[in-house]
Design a protein around this ligand. Sequence first.
Ligand code: NAP
Length: 312
Amino acid sequence: MRVLITGATGQLGSELCTVLSEGFEVVAATRQEFDITDLEAVRSFITRTEPDVIINTAAYTNVDGSELEKEKAFLVNAIGARNVAIVAREMGAKLVHISTDYVFDGEKGEPYVEYDPPHPVNAYGWSKLVGEWMVREQNVRTFILRVAWLYGPKGKNFVKTMLKLARERDEIRVVSDQRGTPTFVGDVARQIKLLIGTEGYGLYHCTSQGGCTRYEFAREIFRCAGYGEETSPDGSVLLIPDTRGLRPITLRPVTSDEFPTPARRPANSVLENFMLKVQGLDTMPHWAESLSAQMGRIKEAMEDEGAGPVRR
Ligand SMILES: NC(=O)c1ccc[n+]([C@@H]2O[C@H](COP(=O)([O-])OP(=O)(O)OC[C@H]3O[C@@H](n4cnc5c(N)ncnc54)[C@H](OP(=O)(O)O)[C@@H]3O)[C@@H](O)[C@H]2O)c1
């Protein structure tokens, strides 16, 4: 079976190429092969490569940038996604399309399931939601997977940002009023590998189990990276490195109001993989378990990228 992956240089796309190359013939499509906003270019390349399955991870993923470049976000995340879906339909290929937890407004006090009504609070969320609609209109042989808070060895993500800041700053401020589920790209890739062997098309939530705030996520990142903790009366924690020569860092919880960004984020975007669970297909592990298991690989990737030695 031949699987074409768009966004192959991205966090999820690159990991999918690795995971699926065991057992499948992988065609890695980067922006150089085609721009998903150009229907003729998408059609020309995909028709030539004749995939059985197309996985669309390509997206405009800059959440704050989407407020400032709204048209670009919609062009890539809605029109681009539609273009890939049109060609998948024409080819008779299965399609996996990746969406986001940011389709929800965060007002629900518990995890969101697939039958909760979406209501995005920012332009990125709307562009991804319209992408879901457009993809669904084109192609019934489609899996739409909503993922969240992705991290992995490639590209930019919260885990790498925290480890980088720890080398540069004495104090790191992280919001403690946004709750979601950190999700390792390799776990999503393995879940996709399982799904594409089925005919179980539809909408799926696909995140790790459990949830945490960004601040709790940061604490767990530093714990896994080998820092000890001392709590302060003001609610912050002092992170104590386990290696001589490195200085302690204060990790301070702040509210979203204290940390203004161009795009509003939902206060709660924890998802439940309800539709995977009812079919007995959910393979996603707990977020903290994955983080602990992947920390070594992420540090290695940072060293390879030239970040200098990162303590193991
Ligand atoms: N990151 C998260 O926390 C998160 C959370 C929820 C949902 N998601 C969704 O998960 C998917 C994967 O995210 P990710 O973090 O792996 O993204 P990423 O690392 O930002 O990678 C996105 C990829 O898309 C490519 N791309 C962008 N515009 C393109 C275009 N017009 N034509 C062709 N390729 C284009 C990029 O290529 P260049 O490098 O050349 O720009 C890059 O390879 C996306 O659909 C995203 O919306 C992500």
